[in-house]
Design a protein around this ligand. Structure first.
Ligand code: ATP
Ligand code: MG
Length: 180
Protein backbone atom coordinates (compact mmCIF):
# COMPACT_ATOMS: atom_id res chain seq x y z
CA UNK A 1 0.00 0.00 0.00
CA UNK A 2 1.24 3.48 -0.72
CA UNK A 3 -0.18 6.96 -1.14
CA UNK A 4 -0.65 7.80 -4.82
CA UNK A 5 -1.88 11.34 -4.81
CA UNK A 6 -3.32 14.13 -2.73
CA UNK A 7 -5.51 16.89 -4.13
CA UNK A 8 -6.15 20.08 -2.15
CA UNK A 9 -8.83 22.56 -3.12
CA UNK A 10 -9.54 25.55 -0.92
CA UNK A 11 -7.53 23.93 1.88
CA UNK A 12 -5.46 26.46 3.86
CA UNK A 13 -3.08 28.27 1.47
CA UNK A 14 -4.05 26.02 -1.50
CA UNK A 15 -6.88 28.08 -2.99
CA UNK A 16 -6.70 26.55 -6.47
CA UNK A 17 -6.91 22.79 -6.95
CA UNK A 18 -3.41 21.37 -6.48
CA UNK A 19 -2.47 17.72 -6.92
CA UNK A 20 0.67 16.12 -5.54
CA UNK A 21 1.62 12.71 -6.90
CA UNK A 22 3.65 10.25 -4.88
CA UNK A 23 5.68 7.26 -6.01
CA UNK A 24 6.50 4.31 -3.76
CA UNK A 25 9.47 5.21 -1.59
CA UNK A 26 10.47 8.52 -0.14
CA UNK A 27 8.94 11.85 -1.17
CA UNK A 28 10.51 15.15 -0.15
CA UNK A 29 8.55 18.37 -0.07
CA UNK A 30 10.87 21.34 -0.12
CA UNK A 31 10.18 25.05 -0.14
CA UNK A 32 10.78 28.33 1.68
CA UNK A 33 9.31 29.08 5.10
CA UNK A 34 5.57 29.62 4.93
CA UNK A 35 5.21 28.10 1.45
CA UNK A 36 2.76 25.42 2.59
CA UNK A 37 4.83 22.28 3.34
CA UNK A 38 3.18 21.69 6.71
CA UNK A 39 -0.20 22.50 5.17
CA UNK A 40 0.28 19.47 2.92
CA UNK A 41 0.75 17.26 5.99
CA UNK A 42 -2.26 18.94 7.64
CA UNK A 43 -4.30 18.02 4.56
CA UNK A 44 -3.21 14.39 4.90
CA UNK A 45 -4.27 14.32 8.54
CA UNK A 46 -7.51 16.09 7.77
CA UNK A 47 -8.67 13.84 4.93
CA UNK A 48 -8.07 10.85 7.18
CA UNK A 49 -10.61 12.21 9.63
CA UNK A 50 -8.75 14.28 12.21
CA UNK A 51 -11.27 16.14 14.38
CA UNK A 52 -9.05 18.40 16.44
CA UNK A 53 -8.40 21.89 15.03
CA UNK A 54 -5.33 21.99 17.27
CA UNK A 55 -3.85 18.98 15.42
CA UNK A 56 -4.14 21.10 12.30
CA UNK A 57 -2.45 24.11 13.87
CA UNK A 58 -5.62 26.16 13.80
CA UNK A 59 -7.91 27.70 16.41
CA UNK A 60 -11.10 26.27 14.95
CA UNK A 61 -11.85 23.72 12.26
CA UNK A 62 -13.04 26.43 9.87
CA UNK A 63 -9.43 27.68 9.73
CA UNK A 64 -8.66 24.92 7.22
CA UNK A 65 -10.73 26.78 4.61
CA UNK A 66 -8.78 29.23 2.43
CA UNK A 67 -9.15 32.53 4.27
CA UNK A 68 -8.28 34.80 1.34
CA UNK A 69 -5.27 36.96 0.55
CA UNK A 70 -4.86 40.55 -0.57
CA UNK A 71 -5.64 39.56 -4.15
CA UNK A 72 -8.03 36.69 -3.65
CA UNK A 73 -11.38 36.38 -1.87
CA UNK A 74 -11.92 33.77 0.84
CA UNK A 75 -13.55 30.48 -0.21
CA UNK A 76 -16.61 28.81 1.24
CA UNK A 77 -15.29 25.30 1.42
CA UNK A 78 -12.21 23.12 1.67
CA UNK A 79 -11.85 19.79 -0.07
CA UNK A 80 -9.07 17.21 0.09
CA UNK A 81 -8.90 13.89 -1.75
CA UNK A 82 -6.38 11.17 -1.04
CA UNK A 83 -5.81 8.28 -3.41
CA UNK A 84 -4.20 5.16 -1.99
CA UNK A 85 -2.78 2.25 -3.99
CA UNK A 86 -4.38 -0.82 -2.43
CA UNK A 87 -3.17 -3.45 -4.88
CA UNK A 88 -1.72 -5.45 -1.97
CA UNK A 89 -5.14 -5.44 -0.26
CA UNK A 90 -3.82 -3.79 2.91
CA UNK A 91 -7.07 -1.85 3.24
CA UNK A 92 -10.13 -4.02 3.90
CA UNK A 93 -12.02 -3.01 0.75
CA UNK A 94 -12.37 -4.73 -2.65
CA UNK A 95 -10.66 -2.03 -4.68
CA UNK A 96 -7.08 -1.83 -5.88
CA UNK A 97 -7.30 1.95 -5.68
CA UNK A 98 -9.09 3.73 -2.87
CA UNK A 99 -9.94 7.38 -2.86
CA UNK A 100 -11.04 9.22 0.27
CA UNK A 101 -12.52 12.70 0.10
CA UNK A 102 -13.38 15.13 2.88
CA UNK A 103 -15.20 18.38 2.26
CA UNK A 104 -16.06 21.07 4.76
CA UNK A 105 -18.20 24.18 4.60
CA UNK A 106 -18.06 27.29 6.75
CA UNK A 107 -20.96 26.10 8.88
CA UNK A 108 -18.60 23.37 10.09
CA UNK A 109 -20.29 20.39 8.45
CA UNK A 110 -17.93 17.78 6.98
CA UNK A 111 -18.77 15.31 4.23
CA UNK A 112 -16.79 12.15 3.57
CA UNK A 113 -16.62 9.91 0.53
CA UNK A 114 -14.94 6.61 -0.15
CA UNK A 115 -14.53 6.03 -3.90
CA UNK A 116 -17.13 8.68 -4.59
CA UNK A 117 -19.80 7.29 -2.29
CA UNK A 118 -20.88 9.41 0.65
CA UNK A 119 -20.06 7.77 3.96
CA UNK A 120 -19.61 8.48 7.66
CA UNK A 121 -16.44 9.62 9.39
CA UNK A 122 -16.50 6.28 11.18
CA UNK A 123 -16.31 4.41 7.86
CA UNK A 124 -13.14 6.31 6.94
CA UNK A 125 -11.66 5.67 10.38
CA UNK A 126 -12.45 1.96 10.24
CA UNK A 127 -11.08 1.63 6.73
CA UNK A 128 -7.75 3.10 7.83
CA UNK A 129 -7.54 1.83 11.37
CA UNK A 130 -5.53 -1.33 10.68
CA UNK A 131 -3.38 0.22 8.00
CA UNK A 132 -0.94 1.97 10.32
CA UNK A 133 -2.20 5.36 9.19
CA UNK A 134 -4.98 5.78 11.75
CA UNK A 135 -6.87 8.82 12.83
CA UNK A 136 -4.54 9.98 15.58
CA UNK A 137 -1.83 9.99 12.94
CA UNK A 138 1.16 9.08 15.04
CA UNK A 139 2.87 7.90 11.89
CA UNK A 140 2.91 11.53 10.84
CA UNK A 141 5.44 13.20 13.06
CA UNK A 142 4.91 16.91 12.74
CA UNK A 143 7.16 19.80 13.64
CA UNK A 144 7.43 19.83 17.45
CA UNK A 145 5.60 16.54 17.86
CA UNK A 146 8.61 14.52 18.91
CA UNK A 147 8.98 16.52 22.10
CA UNK A 148 5.24 16.10 22.69
CA UNK A 149 5.67 12.31 22.65
CA UNK A 150 8.75 12.47 24.84
CA UNK A 151 6.96 14.68 27.36
CA UNK A 152 3.68 12.73 27.29
CA UNK A 153 2.12 11.35 30.48
CA UNK A 154 2.30 7.54 30.75
CA UNK A 155 -1.40 7.10 29.83
CA UNK A 156 -0.98 9.33 26.77
CA UNK A 157 2.04 7.34 25.71
CA UNK A 158 -0.03 4.18 26.15
CA UNK A 159 -2.56 5.57 23.61
CA UNK A 160 0.24 6.07 21.06
CA UNK A 161 1.33 2.46 21.53
CA UNK A 162 -2.22 1.13 21.43
CA UNK A 163 -2.85 2.83 18.15
CA UNK A 164 0.36 1.53 16.65
CA UNK A 165 -0.57 -1.98 17.80
CA UNK A 166 -4.06 -1.75 16.30
CA UNK A 167 -5.80 -2.03 19.69
CA UNK A 168 -7.35 1.42 19.60
CA UNK A 169 -10.05 0.41 17.11
CA UNK A 170 -11.35 -2.28 19.44
CA UNK A 171 -11.26 0.04 22.43
CA UNK A 172 -13.30 2.63 20.50
CA UNK A 173 -15.83 -0.02 19.46
CA UNK A 174 -16.13 -1.21 23.05
CA UNK A 175 -16.65 2.35 24.31
CA UNK A 176 -19.31 2.89 21.66
CA UNK A 177 -21.10 -0.35 22.56
CA UNK A 178 -21.06 0.51 26.26
CA UNK A 179 -22.60 3.94 25.56
CA UNK A 180 -25.67 2.38 23.91
P1 ATP B 1 8.00 26.33 7.60
O1 ATP B 1 9.17 26.01 6.71
O2 ATP B 1 8.17 27.62 8.30
O3 ATP B 1 7.60 25.20 8.49
P2 ATP B 1 5.76 25.66 5.83
O4 ATP B 1 6.17 25.49 4.40
O5 ATP B 1 5.54 24.43 6.63
O6 ATP B 1 6.78 26.65 6.57
P3 ATP B 1 3.00 26.21 6.30
O7 ATP B 1 2.91 26.27 7.78
O8 ATP B 1 2.54 24.96 5.63
O9 ATP B 1 4.46 26.58 5.82
O10 ATP B 1 2.18 27.41 5.62
C1 ATP B 1 1.91 28.57 6.29
C2 ATP B 1 1.18 29.51 5.36
O11 ATP B 1 -0.14 29.03 5.12
C3 ATP B 1 1.06 30.89 5.98
O12 ATP B 1 1.43 31.82 5.00
C4 ATP B 1 -0.41 31.01 6.28
O13 ATP B 1 -0.88 32.31 6.13
C5 ATP B 1 -1.03 30.12 5.24
N1 ATP B 1 -2.35 29.67 5.66
C6 ATP B 1 -2.66 28.86 6.71
N2 ATP B 1 -4.00 28.69 6.81
C7 ATP B 1 -4.54 29.43 5.80
C8 ATP B 1 -5.89 29.66 5.37
N3 ATP B 1 -6.94 29.13 6.00
N4 ATP B 1 -6.07 30.46 4.30
C9 ATP B 1 -5.00 31.01 3.65
N5 ATP B 1 -3.73 30.82 3.99
C10 ATP B 1 -3.49 30.03 5.06
MG1 MG C 1 6.32 23.72 8.44
Amino acid sequence: MHLKSLTLKGFKSFASATTLRFEPGITCVVGPNGSGKSNVLDALRWVMGTQGAKDLRGGKMEDVIFAGTAGRAPLGRAEVSLTIDNSDGALPIEYTEVSITRRMFRDGASEYEINGNGCRLMDVQELLSDSGIGREMHVIVGQGQLSQILEAKPEERRAFIEEAAGVLKHRKRKEKALRK
